[in-house]
Design a protein around this ligand. Sequence first.
Ligand code: ADP
Length: 404
Amino acid sequence: MKILVINSGSSSIKYQLFDIDRKAVMTAGIVERIGLADSRIKHKVFRDGKPQEVVKALAVRNHEEGLEHVAALISDPEIGVISDPGEITAVGHRVVHGGERFSDTTIIDQEVIDVVRELIPLAPLHNPANLEGIEVAMRIFPAATQVAVFDTAFHQTMPAQSYRYAIPNRFYAEERIRSYGFHGTSHLYVTKAAAKYLGLPRAETNLITAHLGNGASITAVRGGQSVDSSMGFSPLPGLMMGTRSGDLDPAIVFYMGGKLGMSLAEIDRTLNKQSGLLGIAGSSDVRDVQDRMAAGEADAQLALDMYTYRIKKYIGAYMAALGRVDALVFTAGVGENSAFIRRRACEGLENLGIAIDAAKNEGAIDGVTEIQAEDSAIKVLVIPTNEELEIAIQTRDICKAVDQ
Ligand code: ADP
């Protein structure tokens, strides 16, 4: 079964075509800078697992043209991997916000589209671009089943004590202001992988999963289900991130708006785009900040102290929330690649049962990799995440369930 996975952003479309029965990627790529003069497509074809990259500068005025190019590339007589776009059984769409309405993956129909549109106020940056991708894919791949996989869905199992904010009830009752949690597809993927690796039924697996990428979130998983997560009403709170502040006192917002006279848009930009590692160290990329720290820059040292201290505090909090933890999991760009961040985040947790083995932590990460010390009561795992594969698997499963 061929499944196309699409992650449609405001000016880009990322895509991967899977032969899902083999769990193999056939082609992958990104349409970038849609609507700008220098738009282009980076398209990779995988033959025997090895990528061959084709970069095409093409005029892509809108998402529709972008996806038309993708359809042409994947069925191109020379570099294509299928002979006709009609061979694609289903298109799996990453949709950021499913609100309280979607706790699972769903087949897209007009009603689903309407609800995703109603949720735009909750995800003003993401849901419109995701919708655009859905509507365009329906026109370009009319025979394919369109499926929505929501970033928030995995966290819909959080209990009210985790997801409610202590503000007057009407804000929840009328506006659905609550914590939703994000990166759910990744937290679910590593939860399944960890349970399988540990040889435990998912329903009996307790984990703390740390997704550390440009955006970063940490989730408490009890019995295979999310019971708390560090992102909230939006992806802004929780851990310190590349450009987002993470947790901060909301009174800072009043001060910025009042004493400093900043507009809401300026405050939004400051907290989402100019804060985090960028705000403290001048770069949002952990690799850069690590290099600067090694070169003796005090700001870089402070940024990484703050970054890792925040992770450690959440690990402690979620250990308290869960009571029993089978494994702590690190994933995504930083979690998979930075031995330094993993070491610093776990330093001093020995009395809580978490200790890392220095050599294993510095060693190669190959699939699910254990990095805890021998006397660590809790396993520490590094698990490469694969959100696209998880979307493809869920898309296949829902299509099969409907067929039966
Ligand atoms: P996104 O959230 O955009 O999907 P990723 O999960 O790909 O991001 O993570 C990207 C981040 O991973 C980069 O900004 C960088 O900070 C970090 N990263 C990647 N490789 C390394 C590395 N070798 N060491 C430290 N950090 C790394």
